[in-house]
Design a protein around this ligand. Structure first.
Ligand SMILES: Cc1cc2nc3c(=O)[nH]c(=O)nc-3n(C[C@H](O)[C@H](O)[C@H](O)COP(=O)(O)O)c2cc1C
Length: 218
């Protein structure tokens, strides 16, 4: 049974994983104010209480992302461009190298963590988001690993209080859907109004992401 699953996963991953770039090991975990959307960033810097024009609730929007090889980060950047949101990158204290991510090697870091759930408690450089209480809407993005959210995402979710926030999961994968990944994270968080979320192909177009963001009516 395990071999059959491994065979299916191998076939799925051949379509996408190998095309991923190298790990972005230099990313830090500080909130970045979006500098791409000039009007939003100017507005945000002009007053602490300035409201994000793209949210009906009038609160600020944050995009939280974990990305091991850059694909999900690209989607996060598109969401930032579309909304004027701030960005927070989840960064493991020990970032995953390409060798670490080699799911075809049963002894790779990620394979060992997959096989032994007790190893998945990945330490992050920080789980604290500056001015977390100011955000009403939080997008949270991650790659799919073996059908669920890449586990560094769990550490962030378990460490933060999502009360009174609308949380919108998004992910990238080679072929798998969002599946239960968003629901599992919501269960772990225990707080927040978690929406269904959206899966994108590893290399989705910006227009597709923008269309989805617009459809949310934030
Ligand atoms: C360890 C590992 C497991 C993966 N498992 C799946 C999977 O179950 N289904 C799938 O469609 N893609 C899977 N992928 C592919 C990634 O989800 C996909 O390449 C994703 O876009 C990577 O995002 P990132 O560049 O932000 O890390 C896996 C990749 C890795 C490294």
């Amino acid at each position: 049974m395990k071999k059959i699953f491994a065979g299916i996963l191998t076939a799925m991953l051949m379509l996408g994983v190998t095309s991923c770039g190298s790990s972005d090991e230099s990313a830090d975990s500080t909130v970045q104010n979006n500098g791409q959307n000039t009007s939003s960033s100017e507005a945000a810097s002009s007053s602490e209480s300035t409201q994000n024009p793209n949210t009906s609730a009038g609160g600020k929007t944050l995009v939280v992302v974990y990305s091991a090889s850059g694909n999900t980060k690209a989607i996060a950047d598109y969401i930032v461009s579309a909304t004027g949101a701030d960005l927070f990158e989840i960064t493991p204290t020990e970032p995953y190298t390409s060798d670490n991510l080699d799911w075809t090697d049963p002894d790779s870091r990620v394979s060992r963590e997959h096989d032994d759930e007790s190893l998945r408690d990945v330490e992050l450089t920080t789980t604290t988001v500056e001015n977390w209480e100011d955000y009403d809407t939080v997008f949270i993005g991650y790659p799919i690993w073996w059908g669920i959210a890449a586990w560094p995402t769990d550490t962030f979710v378990k460490s933060n209080d999502f009360s009174d926030k609308t949380v919108i999961p998004f992910c990238t994968s080679s072929t798998s859907g969002l599946g239960e990944s968003g629901k599992l994270l919501a269960d772990e968080a225990g707080t927040g109004n978690w929406l269904d979320g959206q899966r994108f192909q590893s290399r989705a177009d910006e227009s597709e992401v923008k269309e989805w963001v617009d459809s949310l009516g934030l």
